[in-house]
Every structure is written in structure tokens, then in C-alpha cells.
Design a protein around this ligand. Structure first.
Ligand SMILES: *Cc1c(COP(=O)(O)O)cnc(C)c1O
Length: 359
């Protein structure tokens, strides 16, 4: 396979932004680094025009396919700075592989996985000063692919743009969240795009999440789109239920996003000798188990939050405080958080080969 050639553009030093200082407040998702990676695809040329250039606006036709029919996919990865100033990525190959699964479903072209990883590492090396030094902070990486043909007829894109942008993020404060079981709206349906990381899934979720927030909840626990009976996931996280020393989560059914953090939690749990169960989770059974006090902890998993404790779960009828109180973090939840972040920051041994050193 030919290696992708990346042109590195000189930046105009007058316009350079300074990386955030230690302790400076970081506004997640609003402040981007000076550079981005981008490349184009057409059926005849394949991937080409790869470059690392100044972060800046694109010029797109108002008729660009993505703006009308939403042919878009994305990923979320993080780069971490270790105490010795080395820079690492957590399971980036899995993100790129998952992007290709999303690409297939959304009829977008396959990425050359090794080339994209090299491009990402190249970009991270140039932007290394943006990876925060403060404890718990990281550089959030957002690879994105869009179809940009100037055409308002429905078709699969034949002009495609792939790009990677970077934004520094602070330590996420793991305060327990309150979630609401959504029994009216659904996120994904059988045969739909639930397993793809595509903007449309989120577009459809904004209204129900807004309603849930108005009721005072932080997020939604989605049920399946067919029977509205089986637990799927939460917002941008997968969901886990702790039954004393057994860990239970929804089985991947093609409408749940197969989280890399989810997979890491399951692998860690098995490594520790915990029993893990992946199955169809009937919400009525969950409610019964909550009433019987059998569920001791609930938490979500995802790249942004790593592990997010759930302190309260609400159905239309009742609210359940989880574990020892809605502001308390359960012991196992805390152990997953500590171990995953421990591996990510180089403080805990990586027994799984998850860490990829960039610098
Ligand atoms: C990204 C995402 C997740 C979490 O996946 P990770 O790979 O763990 O970050 C879960 N659910 C949805 C809908 C997502 O988009």
C-alpha cells in the first residue's frame, strides 16, 4: 500500500494562538489549536491532497450534500500528557477502525487506517504544546468526514472531505448525574444508524434531551426503538449496572454505539475476575432490581467523561437514588475511573496494549 504524502503548510506566525496556561479555564469544544489535518476523496483519485494546514473555515457550496442530507461521520479520541512529557493516545486504531464501520453504513469511503494514524500522530507532534499539563486534562481529537458534492439530489457523495481538529479539555469532574428513562422518543431503530457515529443520531436527540433537561435531568437513558423496552445507552455514553460484584451492560445489537470505553471496561472487569454479562436489558427488570436493592451502582462510559457515575435514575412513575446516595460515587465505579485514567496518564500498568506513544 502506498503511503499517503502529507504536505505540511507553514503557518503565518502573526496569527498564531497561544496554548492555554496551566490552570487556565478551558472552554470545551470552543477553542481549537492552530492546525488541522485535511484530505479529499473522489472515486477516481482516491484519498489525495493530504495536508496539515492552518485551522480555519472551509468554503463549501450551499448545495453541499452534507448540509442537506447529513452524510457525516465523526470520532472522538484523546491525547494525554504524561508526567515525563511523553504524549500518548488511547486505542486510536479502534477509533479509526470504527470510523470505517460508520463510513460503510453512511456510504462514505473507507479510510486508509495506518495512514490516518500516522497523520494524526504527525498533527499531535506539531500541536504538542496544546496538550494540557494539568492533572486530568487532555487534548480532544475530532476526526470528521463529510460529503461535499454541490448537488441537492440524493446520492452517495463523490466529493468527500476528511479532517481532524483538536481542542484542549479540562479534567471532567465526575459528579454523579441524574438520568431519565425516555419512553416516548427513540434514538435509533432496528436497521437504522444507531451503531454509526453520525451526526444525524444526535440531531434527532437534541429535542428529547432538551425536554429532559427542562425536567431537571442531565441526560436520557434510551430504550430500543422497536419495543421501547430494552435499555440501549445514555446520550453519548454506554451504560453499566453493578449487581454487587457482577457487571451488566446492554448487548451490542446494531442500534447501540459500540463504545471503546465500554469495551475497555468489560476487558478490565474480566481481567479483575469480575463476572460480566452482556444481554438484552429489560427496563422493567431493571426497575424491579432497583426496588429490590440489587443494583448497587450505575455508570456511563465514553471518551469524553471516561466514567460517569449515575446518582439517580427516573422513570415516568418514580425516581431511584442509586447506591449510597445520589451524590456518592460507588466503589466499583471509582475503581474503573481510577484504573482507566491511571492507564491513560501512565500511572497504572497497561496490560492490554491500549496506549500508543505519539512522542
Ligand atoms: C461516542 C459514543 C459513545 C462512547 O464511545 P467511546 O468509544 O467510549 O467514546 C457512546 N454512545 C454514543 C451514541 C456515542 O456517540
Amino acid at each position: 500500500m502506498s503511503k499517503l504524502k502529507i504536505e505540511i503548510k507553514e503557518l503565518n506566525s502573526k496569527n498564531l494562538k497561544q496554548p492555554p496556561q496551566v490552570g487556565e479555564k478551558l472552554d470545551f469544544g470552543k477553542n481549537f489549536t492552530n492546525r488541522m489535518f485535511k484530505m479529499k476523496w473522489t472515486p477516481s483519485a482516491g484519498w489525495h491532497a493530504a495536508e496539515i494546514c492552518a485551522y480555519g473555515n472551509f468554503s463549501l457550496s450551499p448545495a453541499a450534500l452534507v448540509l442537506h442530507y447529513g452524510q457525516e461521520i465523526f470520532e472522538g479520541v484523546k491525547a494525554y500528557r504524561w508526567a515525563d512529557d511523553s504524549i500518548v493516545l488511547f486505542r486510536p486504531q479502534d477509533n479509526i477502525a470504527r470510523m470505517n464501520v460508520s463510513a460503510k453504513r453512511m456510504c462514505l469511503p473507507q479510510l486508509p487506517e495506518e495512514d490516518v494514524l500516522s497523520a494524526l500522530i504527525e498533527l499531535i507532534k506539531l500541536e504538542k504544546d496544546w496538550i494540557p499539563k494539568s492533572e486530568g486534562a487532555a487534548l480532544y481529537i475530532r476526526p470528521t468526514m463529510i460529503g461535499i458534492d454541490p448537488y441537492i439530489g440524493l446520492k452517495s457523495a463523490e466529493e468527500v472531505l476528511f479532517y481532524i481538529i483538536l481542542t484542549p479539555v479540562e479534567a471532567y469532574y465526575t459528579k454523579p448525574i441524574a438520568i431519565m428513562v425516555e419512553d416516548k422518543y427513540v434514538r435509533a431503530v432496528r436497521g437504522g444508524t444507531g451503531m454509526a457515529k453520525t451526526g444525524g443520531n444526535y440531531a434527532a436527540s437534541i429535542y428529547p434531551i432538551t425536554l429532559a433537561k427542562e425536567k431537571g435531568y442531565d441526560d436520557i437513558l434510551w430504550l430500543d426503538g422497536v419495543e421501547q423496552k430494552y435499555v440501549e445507552e445514555v446520550g453519548s455514553m454506554n451504560i453499566f449496572f453493578v449487581y454487587k460484584d457482577k457487571l451488566v451492560t446492554s448487548i451490542l445489537n446494531n442500534s447501540i454505539l459500540p463504545g471503546i470505553t465500554r469495551d475497555s471496561v468489560l476487558k478490565l472487569a474480566r481481567y479483575w475476575g469480575l463476572e460480566t454479562v452482556e444481554k438484552k436489558l429489560d427496563i422493567h427488570q431493571i426497575v424491579e432490581d432497583l426496588k429490590a436493592g440489587q443494583i448497587t451502582e450505575i455508570f456511563g462510559s465514553g471518551t469524553a467523561v471516561i466514567i460517569s457515575p449515575v446518582g439517580l435514575l427516573a422513570t415516568t412513575e418514580e425516581e431511584f437514588v442509586i447506591g449510597e446516595g445520589k451524590d456518592k460515587i460507588g466503589a466499583l465505579t471509582q475503581k474503573f475511573y481510577n484504573n482507566l485514567t491511571g492507564i491513560q496518564y501512565g500511572k497504572t500498568k497497561d496490560a492490554f496494549g491500549w496506549i500508543v506513544k505519539a512522542i
